[in-house]
Design a protein around this ligand. Structure first.
Ligand code: S3P
Length: 433
């Protein structure tokens, strides 16, 4: 457990670890490419290490160089070999869902299993479309969750899939299976979810097209692919991890923090838009392009915030940041409404429940709804014992809440931050002394 006290102003600069979504994809696509893919600023969080472990089990050599680069010795699109044991996906939904698309098209059988949280998350959302393509996937407990047994097949069909959810994991699973299909595959999603798969797979040589429709929904098409080619990838800082430092600097009076090299891809940067709408003082410096992904340094100064309504197509662009945004809203003047975010219920925890429970413990006025929450902000919060239920984003969001509250906050299960941000508490500490 970790004790957090109300903080003096945060000052200084910080470089955020690599983006989790992009790090996963760099290993997966590198493994399927011909040649050696080099990955700089790879996130060595537990989730991405699960992805590395799975591909090593399928015969891919992955090594770390003395300069920190990860080298993935790809064996081509048909180069994976049968794993000798169950693939351990740990806590990682991204590993599980994306890899399922790849495994559906291999000439071997594999079994995927993770921790208790992972094995209770819904996999029907990928089993269904992949089965339409001809994949053979069995939920071994018959509950549409992992463990999954995948009997790979070489004869998948291209489909058009109308996805009921804006989920990059669902979209990516289908697109990855589509690499191996007999004709074009397309996915329609109700709003464009994070597009790292599309950007990076194109860079590796796949043929992909995206169309944004008038109603804000999106259609992505992929053609079958003969070969992918190794790339040099520079992973930008993870905006989802930057979110905690943005929020800490905004909330603790007198703070000024420079957050360096953050990925600001529009399909991820909803938190920046929402913070600006709430009255945040955030300046973009040194805008750049890395791994086909836009980046910037963010200069954040403490600000007095007001409530907003967050809904519709912006939700997928900030879904992982909602625990942090809910904390910001509790400190902001007036009411914040978060809706259209029922996906929160199927993350590492049911985040409507875990955010509400912990905000209430700190004295906030918050009402959970079916697809979000309503927060009456502006009441001073007090320290409390925080239960993350092993959800990394809950632990980090409430550590920041603790900095801006009276008294002492205790974060239980502090080690769960290792999923996406090993060293998080130490990084926070460097800005508060
Ligand atoms: C991710 C997609 C999102 C996000 C998750 C990472 C990805 O999940 O919440 O943390 O890397 O594709 P969904 O696709 O379920 O929305």
């Amino acid at each position: 457990m970790r004790q957090i006290k109300s903080s003096s102003p945060l000052k200084g600069e910080i470089t955020i670890p690599g983006d989790k979504s992009i790090s996963h994809r760099s290993i997966m696509f590198g493994a399927l490419a011909k040649g050696v893919t080099s990955v700089r600023h790879f996130l060595e969080g537990a989730d991405c290490l699960s992805t590395i472990g799975c591909f090593r089990q399928m015969g891919i050599e992955i090594q770390k160089e003395s300069d920190g680069r990860i080298l993935v010795h790809g064996k081509g699109i048909r180069g994976l070999t049968a794993p000798a044991a169950t693939l351990d996906v740990g806590n990682s939904g991204t590993t599980t869902r994306l890899i399922s698309g790849i495994l559906s098209a291999q000439n071997f059988t594999s079994v995927l299993s993770g921790d208790a949280s992972l094995n209770s998350r819904p996999m029907g959302r990928i089993i269904h479309p992949l089965s339409m393509m001809g994949a053979q996937i069995k939920s071994l407990r018959g509950n549409d969750c992992a463990p999954l047994q995948i009997d790979g097949r070489m004869d998948l069909h291209g489909i058009h899939y109308d996805s009921p959810v804006a989920s990059a994991q669902v979209k990516s699973a289908i697109l990855l299976a589509g690499l191996y299909a007999d004709r074009e595959t397309s996915v329609h999603e109700p709003a464009l979810s994070r597009n790292h798969t599309e950007l990076m797979l194109s860079q590796f040589g796949a043929d992909l097209h995206t169309e944004i429709l008038k109603d804000g929904s999106a259609e992505i098409r992929i053609s079958p692919c003969e070969e992918l080619y190794a790339q040099d990838i520079l992973v930008p800082g993870d905006i989802s991890s930057a979110a905690y430092f943005i929020a800490a600097a905004l909330l603790v009076p007198g703070s000024e923090v420079l957050i360096k090299n953050v990925g600001i891809n529009e399909t991820r940067a909803g938190i920046l838009k929402v913070c600006k709408d709430m009255g945040a003082d955030i300046t973009y410096l040194n805008q750049n392009q890395g791994a086909g992904e836009p980046t910037a340094d963010l200069l954040v100064r403490s600000s007095s915030l007001h409530g907003v309504c967050i809904e519709g197509t912006v939700i997928p662009t900030l879904i992982d940041e909602i625990p942090m945004i809910a904390v910001l809203a509790a400190f902001a003047k007036g009411q914040t409404i978060i809706r259209d975010a029922a996906e929160l219920k199927v993350k590492e925890t049911d985040r409507i429940r875990t955010v509400t429970e912990n905000l209430k413990a700190m004295g906030a006025d918050v009402t959970p709804t079916d697809d979000g929450m309503i927060i009456q902000g502006g009441k001073p919060l007090h320290g409390a014992e925080i239960h993350p239920y092993m959800d990394h984003r809950i632990a980090m969001a409430f550590a920041v809440a603790g900095l801006a509250s009276e008294g002492e906050t205790t974060i239980l299960e502090e080690q769960c931050v290792d999923v996406s941000y090993p060293g998080f508490f130490e990084a926070l500490h460097t800005l508060t002394v």
